[in-house]
Ligand binder design. Sequence first.
Ligand code: GCO
Length: 449
Amino acid sequence: MKRGFPAGFRWGTATAAYQIEGSTTADGRGPSIWDTFTARPGLASGDPACDHYRRYREDIGLLSDLGVPYYRFSVAWSRVMPDGRTVEPRGTAFYDRLVDTLLDHGITPMVTLYHWDLPEALQAEGGWPNRALADLFAEYALTVHKVLGDRVRQWTTINEPFCAAFIGYGNGEHAPGIRDEGAALVAGHNLLLAHGKATQALRSGGGEQEVSIVLNFAPVLTDVDDAAHREAARKFDFLHNRFFLDPLLGRGYPPELLADLAHLGTLEPAIADGDLEIIAQPLDVLGVNYYAPARAVPLEDPEADSNCPLPGLRGMDVQPPRGELTSLGWEQRPECLTGLLLWLHEHCPGLPLVIAENGAAFEDEVVDGRVHDEKRVRYFAEHLAAVHDAIERGADVRGYMAWSLLDNFEWAKGYTQRFGLVHVDFETQERVLKDSARFYADVVARNGL
Ligand code: GCO
């Protein structure tokens, strides 16, 4: 073995409720914004997805066969509280069974409370641009903690607020499909506030727990090292990588970012007295999602809108990716993961990091019932080596969750993109381990590459 990971390194796989569960009307579940959004023409529905709501035992059996000791999953707010407020015991019972079954197999559950599936009833009240959702989210967090807190230690409040705010309410490519940049910025702030209040609620629930939030990062590359390119990269970097991180660390929004967004006129008025203190609750761990870098280029007209999810971030454009791409068209740059982890280590002193998602979509080759996915194996091998490099150079990385256990519902892309270690035939729901699953199981068993 060339690269050993630290003792106790947490190896896991990750999924999200709406991407795998299906059964969207079972046992009193209420509609979420993703049910409403995917009812639009041309979009695939998240039901049945992987039919995991009914097949969870089989899926946990797969996890157990693979010998991967941690499992990150999300709870659907609309199952636990169909209208966003009233508890549905059949919904909480599902997660109760799921956690028990994981523990029976010796697998440690890591719970994410929000992976984008807001109850539609709360969207009807304005969705995330409505500040009142922060308190409702804290009540939901406490409810789930009451049910699972005796067995679950690892809690993540929110997954990728960048996407929930800016892709959901900015460019509208994700649910709820709203294009209103000013509202998107307020949604971003309210998601942070919701995180802070939920963290307080979880801690008030007692017990020994580790609270985190999961952010998606995109290191920004430029072709030319001059002032204009550096400024274009700075703008995108601050929006993508620091809008959420800096307030969480107690530093507030970076002043340059506030200046970049000032003409939209909504973010600063949304910050009430005391908000930044609530947002800056101490974190035990930072969840890091990394898939690909971004490339930035300056626009000559400083007033020109950008092509990023928040067009009002003026004067820069995101350039097309380069090199051999994944099937989603994402650039493969493992060295950017090393750089990101080292930067986070410096930027967030004393905060342990866990990679909460990393993985790639490629087409699988199915031959005689075996599923070959050489490109995914290579992607994982290179990115794990990149994580190892970062650890060797001092980054405090405590774990790695492969995205994803199963091929699943890839949001606006429906079922066209396969990210799984396990191949799912969406006609028959048959699961078959891919070569990447065997590769990953081997890494986990040896705690190294
Ligand atoms: C995330 C995503 C996952 C996606 C994955 C690939 O947390 O980033 O929400 O749900 O499936 O990122 O796009």
